[in-house]
Design a protein around this ligand. Structure first.
Ligand SMILES: Nc1ncnc2c1ncn2[C@@H]1O[C@H](COP(=O)(O)OP(=O)(O)OP(=O)(O)O)[C@@H](O)[C@H]1O
Length: 264
C-alpha cells in the first residue's frame, strides 16, 4: 500500500544544509498498523511530510498503491500532534469534521452520514454542535481523529498524536485507534517517541537511527491481536519487545547509522 524507497531529504543548501533523512526504505502492506520510533530530531516528521506529499524528497520515492506521491494524495489523512492548531476554532465539531468532505465535493446526505458515523465512532456524537475550545484536549484530539476517518482514507498517518494529552486519556485514545483501525480496515503509520505505545499499538515497530536517518531495525510485534492496557502491558513478551526497541534506540543514538535493511 505504501512504498518508501531510498528516501533522502536535505533541507537548505550550501553551508546551512541539513541532511535530515539519508536513506529510508520500507513498505507497509494494506491494512497494516505500523509504528515508527526513533531518537528526537531523527527525521520522523520530515519522513511523514514526505509521505503525505507535503514535502518533496531530495532523492528516492514514495508511492501509494503503486502511484508515486507528488502532492497530498486523496486517499490519505494525517493527524498531527497539535490538535489546538489543526482544528478551526470558528467551526463547530461537526463543521471541522465536515470541511474536508466538502473539499471532496461529497453531497450533503453522504457528508452527514460520514460525519455522524465518525463522531459516533470516537464517542463525540453529543458534542457535534460544540466548538473545539469548549472541549478538553483529549476530546479535541478525538475531533481530529474523527475528521481523518470521516474522510475514508486508505492510509492514515499519525504524528505523535497523543503527546500532548494526559496518561489516562492517552491510554483511551490508543485503544480507540486500534478499534478504528480494525473497524475501518485502514493502513496506519503511527509515529511516536513512546516505546511502550509503539509496542502496544503496532503489528510492527520500525526503529529509525539518529539523523541522518536510516531504518535501524524492523521488529515484528508478535503479541496477540486482542490487546488490553492491563494484560498486554504486563505480558512478558511485551516487556521483552519493549527492551528490544529500547536497546535499538540506544544503539541508534550511540552507534553509527546502520545500513538500511531490505524491506520485509
Ligand atoms: N524546515 C527545516 N529546515 C531546516 N532543517 C529542518 C527543517 N525541518 C526539520 N529540520 C531538521 O531536520 C532534522 C529532523 O527534524 P524532524 O522534525 O523531522 O525530526 P523529528 O524526529 O520529528 O523530531 P522530534 O522527535 O524532536 O519531533 C532536525 O535536525 C531538524 O533541525
Amino acid at each position: 500500500m505504501l512504498d518508501v524507497n531510498g528516501l533522502q531529504k536535505i533541507y537548505g543548501g550550501g553551508e546551512r544544509e541539513v541532511e535530515a533523512v539519508r536513506d529510508l526504505t520500507f513498505r507497509l502492506e494494506e491494512g497494516e498498523l505500523s509504528c515508527l520510533v526513533g531518537p528526537s530530531g531523527c527525521g520522523k516528521t520530515t519522513l511523514l511530510k514526505c509521505v503525505a506529499g507535503l514535502l518533496r524528497p531530495t532523492a528516492g520515492s514514495v508511492s501509494l498503491a503503486g502511484h508515486a506521491i507528488s502532492g497530498p494524495p486523496r486517499d490519505m489523512a494525517v493527524v498531527f500532534q497539535e490538535y489546538g492548531r489543526s482544528l478551526f476554532s470558528w467551526l463547530t465539531v461537526r463543521g471541522n469534521v465536515e470541511l474536508p468532505l466538502k473539499e471532496k465535493k461529497l453531497g450533503k446526505g453522504r457528508r452527514d452520514s460520514l460525519v455522524n458515523e465518525a463522531l459516533q465512532a470516537v464517542g463525540l456524537a453529543d458534542s457535534a454542535e460544540s466548538y473545539p475550545w469548549q472541549l478538553s484536549g483529549g476530546m479535541q484530539q478525538r475531533v481530529a481523529i474523527a475528521r481523518a476517518i470521516a474522510y475514508e482514507p486508505r492510509v492514515l498517518l499519525m504524528d505523535e498524536p497523543f503527546a500532548a494529552v494526559d496518561a489516562q486519556t492517552r491510554a483511551d485514545l490508543e485503544d480507540l485507534i486500534r478499534g478504528l483501525w480494525k473497524r475501518f480496515a485502514m493502513t496506519v503509520l503511527f509515529i511516536t517517541h513512546d516505546i511502550d505505545e509503539a509496542v502496544y499499538l503496532g503489528q510492527r515497530v520500525l526503529v529509525l537511527s539518529s539523523s541522518p536517518t536510516v531504518v535501524q531495525d524492523d521488529i515484528a510485534v508478535d503479541l496477540p491481536d486482542e490487546r488490553d492496557q492491563l494484560s498486554t502491558r504486563s505480558d512478558q513478551r511485551f516487556t521483552a519487545l519493549r527492551s528490544l526497541v529500547y536497546t535499538e534506540i540506544q544503539n541508534a543514538k550511540n552507534g553509527p547509522a546502520a545500513p538500511s535493511p531490505a524491506a520485509p
